[in-house]
Write a protein that binds this ligand. Structure first.
Ligand SMILES: Nc1ncnc2c1ncn2[C@@H]1O[C@H](COP(=O)(O)OP(=O)(O)OP(=O)(O)O)[C@@H](O)[C@H]1O
Ligand SMILES: [Mg+2]
Length: 458
């Protein structure tokens, strides 16, 4: 329900306005003077303020300025009998949404109020969409939601069993493992097999953000909490409400953020940065790290109490070199996937080179295998990956991604993300290209161009 504040020193008019608005089912507050009005506003942050222009000791314009300075989302309608063009221009400059001249029939007031509230509604809807799009973007940026986890080795069978058991609980899970072993995949598997699977899965890369930024990313901030905090912002914990939050690279977080995180784990509550209101959330927490957290605790880099809270269910992923028997299945799975992604229906791999792949140590684990195969799939002739398409993978050679591979990776990934976003936006908008473009924040012509470029919906 919208809340509306009416500031008007003429008692008869104020009463008339409030009666009309109450009949329309709005929550209505009234004040006979600007100072009383602003007192009320400071307390309730109404959606709409209707204020008289000529009042003592301050004018409606000053009321307008105060409101727009402190809470720009609130709309203001000014009513006046003295509407000179200068005053109107000033009111418009300060952000008034409507101007009504006295005397006016109540029907006019009703129309203007409804128009303004519709504007507020649309803006809220837009914000909700923006959040949604941001969330989708991250989802896709962090790869698809559900991805198969391949592996028949004993060690992986134990892990799959464990994921199943964990999924039915709400306990926090700490996933350990070298880079590229599939930590994120485990986090997603836990979420998407849990009862929270239809709720948000929100990923935060704790190591990629400066710690001050991380704090406001996680917990949100109030307007003016720090320089540059121009408006209120919801944090990832709020976005993840009823779902799961995945804190990647948890070993990187600063002592300040550790304290706040501990409180969320214990009390399920926190405050936004610069805010006083306590926010309660129901969020399942999954964390990942490639560091030895126990050692970090011993070295006083990580709080012991937090460590124990996080460590309730540890999952330790093996390095690929410790489960080489899974390599043939992984290769098979990845080649099939690449064949679809690269539209190379006949893509296959020469059987002899499986041995080469099995003998290599894979310091970058499954991700490195994936990268090597992707590069080979792009470069190979006639759809057959042979030894000449692989980098030099002898046992002692530590293969590192070269520039060429980076380039392929980048463009491919951008294209994949774009395609995914376009498809989602089209689905949400029921294939309305204009709406979809709006949702994505791009020009309709750009959307047409991209649909043509990627040959989508043909
Ligand atoms: N068992 C598996 N089956 C299929 N694909 C896998 C498996 N494990 C990992 N992958 C793939 O390997 C890549 C790396 O996995 P993921 O991002 O989960 O690793 P990570 O441990 O989070 O890595 P990092 O520490 O570098 O963030 C992903 O593309 C993922 O899909
Ligand atoms: Mg990861």
């Amino acid at each position: 329900m919208f809340s509306i504040l009416v500031i008007e020193d003429d008692d008869t008019l104020r009463l008339g306005i409030t009666q009309v608005l109450k009949k329309l089912d709005f929550r209505v507050y009234e004040a006979p003077s600007p100072s009383k009005g602003l007192d009320l506003f400071k307390r309730y942050h109404h959606d709409l303020v209707i204020t008289d222009y000529k009042m003592e000791p301050i004018t409606g314009l000053e009321v307008l300025k105060y409101i727009k300075d402190t809470y720009p989302e609130t709309e203001v309608i000014i009513i006046t009998a003295y509407g000179t063009p200068e005053i109107m221009m000033e009111a418009e400059r300060l952000g008034a949404s409507e101007f009504i001249f006295k005397p006016f029939p109540m029907e006019e007031l009703e129309v203007r109020v409804k128009k303004t509230l519709k504007l507020i509604d649309e803006r809220k809807e837009h914000l909700r969409f923006k959040d949604e799009i941001k969330y989708l973007r991250e989802e896709l940026g962090g790869e698809q939601q559900k991805r198969e986890m391949v592996g028949k080795s004993e060690i992986m069978a134990v892990i799959f069993q464990k994921i199943k058991k964990i999924a039915s609980t709400d306990s926090s899970v700490l996933v350990y493992g070298e880079s590229g072993t599939g930590k994120e995949l485990v986090a997603r598997a836990v979420h998407f097999t849990s009862k929270r699977k239809d709720k948000p899965f929100i990923k935060v890369s704790c190591g990629a953000l400066a710690q001050g930024v991380l704090e406001s990313e996680l917990f949100g901030h109030e307007k003016g909490a720090f320089t540059g905090a121009l408006s209120k912002k919801m944090g990832r914990f709020e976005l993840a409400h009823t779902g799961t939050i995945f804190l990647d690279e948890i070993g990187e977080i600063s002592p300040e953020v550790q304290v706040k995180l501990l409180r969320v784990l214990q009390e399920k509550e926190f405050e936004r940065v610069g805010g006083e209101k306590t926010i309660n959330v129901d969020v399942r927490i999954i964390e990942a790290t490639n560091r030895n957290l126990k050692k970090e605790v011993e070295n006083n880099n990580f709080r012991e109490d937090l460590f124990y809270r996080l460590h309730i269910i540890p999952v330790e992923l093996p390095a690929l070199r410790d489960r080489k028997e899974d390599i043939p299945d992984l290769v098979d799975y990845m080649v099939k996937k690449l064949s679809i992604e690269l539209t190379k229906p006949n893509l296959r791999i020469q059987p002899e080179i499986i041995d080469v792949l099995m003998n290599y140590k894979w310091p970058g684990n499954v991700r490195e295998l994936e990268n090597v195969l992707e590069r080979a799939a792009v470069l190979c002739d006639n759809g057959v990956i042979t030894i000449k398409d692989l980098p030099n993978l002898d046992e002692n050679n530590v293969y590192t991604m070269n520039e060429e591979l980076n380039k392929i990776d980048f463009n491919e990934n951008v294209a994949k993300t774009e395609i995914g976003l376009i498809k989602k936006a089209m689905k949400i908008t029921d294939n309305n290209k204009t709406e979809a473009a709006k949702l994505l924040g791009i020009k309709t012509s750009t959307l047409y161009y991209k649909i043509e470029k990627y040959q989508l919906f043909k």
